[in-house]
Design a protein around this ligand. Structure first.
Ligand SMILES: [Fe+2]
Ligand SMILES: [Fe+2]
Length: 285
């Protein structure tokens, strides 16, 4: 049997009708896997709709939550962990792999699929700032993430405390993989500050990840790291490991002539080879 290829697309934001329209144009890949790296939408209906589109087209769907899935929405009382658990329940009812499931060995590839939900802790900021200082630093530029009002950490005391708990649990599970295991690490938020480039809103970074994962590509044998959230599609290499940002984004952030079929990224096998010493970024506009 031919091993599957891995494709990825995140930040589908299916609350936007234009995004729904273009996602329905995605081609069928009946033998391949697809990584949906978060921000499919805000509601249970959004998640179901997006996953149904992907399930019809791919052999296996892998999901991790973005911040939008974790928002508390009007008409639904679910907050924080309860909202996350509800989204996981929906994925499971549809046969979609989540961060709560055992890591899966991808048939024929010698790679372990590792969906992660790590959140952020405001540490992507100038060194030495506390979370509240990082938020104040962003506010100097008029930047505040909507998460501050909609992504509740309950029952954790703070988003950074929830992040710390998630990181610790993922470290525990990753350390149990077989010695020498090669992994595909998937997380909505980028694992490294240096691939988190936001030229238009540089002080949005506190809501984009945690410095605790800076060396995870080396510590946990990554062959590939996949993330979204930035809505700036790119390929980078660090220490010989490929990092892929695979967002679709809001309608103004993708070209109608390309649409979802043009932005669906084949992430394995690689389609780009770095020149000697090249670290990227290669932008996918
Ligand atoms: Fe997004
Ligand atoms: Fe996001």
């Amino acid at each position: 049997m031919t091993p599957p290829r891995l494709f990825g697309l995140s930040d589908l934001h299916v609350g936007h009708p234009a995004n729904r329209d273009t996602l329905q144009q995605l081609p069928h890949h009946p033998y391949d896997w697809v990584i949906a790296a978060g921000d499919l939408g805000e509601t249970e209906e959004h998640l179901r709709w997006a996953l149904d589109v992907l399930r019809e087209r791919f052999a296996r769907v892998v999901w991790v939550p973005g911040n939008h899935e974790l928002w508390t929405m009007a008409g639904s009382p679910l907050r924080g962990l309860a909202k996350y658990e509800r989204m996981v329940e929906i994925c499971r009812s549809l046969g979609v792999l989540t961060p709560e499931d055992p890591y899966e060995e991808i048939p024929g590839l010698g790679l372990w699929m590792v969906p992660l939900f790590l959140l952020y802790d405001y540490s992507f900021c100038p060194p030495g700032m506390t979370p509240s200082e990082a938020i104040a630093w962003a506010a100097e530029d008029g930047i505040v993430c909507v998460d501050e009002h909609r992504l509740h950490p309950d029952p954790y005391p703070s988003r950074q405390a929830w992040c710390a708990a998630r990181v610790a649990e993922a470290e525990r599970r990753l350390s149990k993989l077989p010695t020498g295991a090669r992994t595909v690490l998937v997380n909505h938020w980028p694992l490294r500050h240096d691939v988190c480039r936001l030229p238009r809103i540089p002080r949005f970074t506190p809501w984009c990840g945690t410095t605790r994962t800076n060396d995870w590509h080396l510590r946990f044998g990554a062959a590939l790291v996949v993330s979204g959230h930035l809505h700036l599609r790119a390929t980078d290499w660090r220490d010989g490991v490929r990092f892929e940002e695979i967002s679709l984004g809001y309608p103004r952030q993708w070209k109608p002539e390309k649409g979802a079929p043009g932005y669906l990224r084949q992430v394995w096998p690689a389609t780009l080879t770095p020149a000697p010493g090249e670290i990227g970024p290669i932008w996918h506009r």
